[in-house]
Unconditional design. Sequence first.
Length: 427
Amino acid sequence: MVVAALRRGIIPVPINPLLTPSEVSYVLEDSAARWMFTDRTLEPHPQLERLITFGDAYERSLTEAKPAPLAENVRGRPMHYTSGTTGMPKGVWVEPYDAPRAAEVSRAFRELWEIASEDIHLICSPLAHSAPLRFSIRTLEAGGTVILQKKFEAEETMAAIALFGVTSTFMVPTHLERILALGRRTLMRYDTSSVRLLAHAGAPIRTETKHEVLALFPSGSVWEFYGSTEGQATRISTEEWIEKEGSVGRALPGAEVLIVDDAGTEKRAGEVGEVWVRDPNGDEFEYWGDPGKTERAWRDDAFSVGDLGYLDRDGYLFLTGRKHDTIITGGVNVYPQEVEKVLCEHPAVAEALVYGAEHDEWGQEVRAAVVPNGDMPLQPELLKEWARERLAGFKLPRTIEVVESLPRTATGKLKRQPPGDPERLDE
């Protein structure tokens, strides 16, 4: 349905099925959507002209409809709503493409990832997210096959890869962690030799996890990339990552990654700053109904979504966190992602969340919540002592809490708030 709408020049607004009714209502009102297709039982919204539920209502709408001419390629991008790091989520709007631009955007993406008619692509993430939907659309445009799972189950995903001879898929690190948690004996049952592309992004990946994934899937098939709903920036191959462990890669062809301070001065190699992307071939987006946020996101012809990082001397990007996540303790900056990376290197830690808490003397203090790795014993004080050998004193979490799970946004990203705290500190 999304592909058909885009080929007609209609811009759809995907809605995450995990959103609450009030969150759905916000997206409807903010986007000014007129029609809604859903598999839920929802109360009619005053703004909607039609509310069509999949089933009999949807079938009736098809019989009433008349065929419409469709373009060869999708004529634009869906308006995805970002998960929100400052303020309420906003739609990322890009003007619909004309036919030449639509063809060029499709061609460039398919060439970048070598997508062809022989591809069998497995969807592991909700299509309300931009990356899985983009890979799926381009596979269909190439004449390939797309396999849609009802929901992600680690062993069912491995079984699907073996059964259908899956050649490509997109995952986030959480998917990969759950697959590896199946254990070697279970994983050995499934043939992964058909996979030529496993692209992952969306969150930092543990170094140990990455090495295990590289061993599980065919040589050279695992690629990592850095980007956002707003635009793509970098990617890195298996071979490059082994040489530049922890990097998310170099700028895409024709693009440039810049690291600058708040005044716009470019940083030197190795110095942390805000990540800006300049891509003459990319889309000029705006935030729907929010010109102020749009203006803040652009500086001349480069955009930023507030990530922090540095470039090494070879131009490889290393991310250190988000600008609004930075903890300032005693006047010194602490980047949570750096601390989380160290904590996750401990074999008993599956996931970690580092956040700032108010402190009378220092302004903020560093705190952490960790999820145990399986049944391995995890004692906070012993973990602190272990981390003390790997972190400067000002970066060391003052308290570490062991929890069953970490707070996440509707799109699966970590929320910078204490576990159990209902307030959305990152939005």
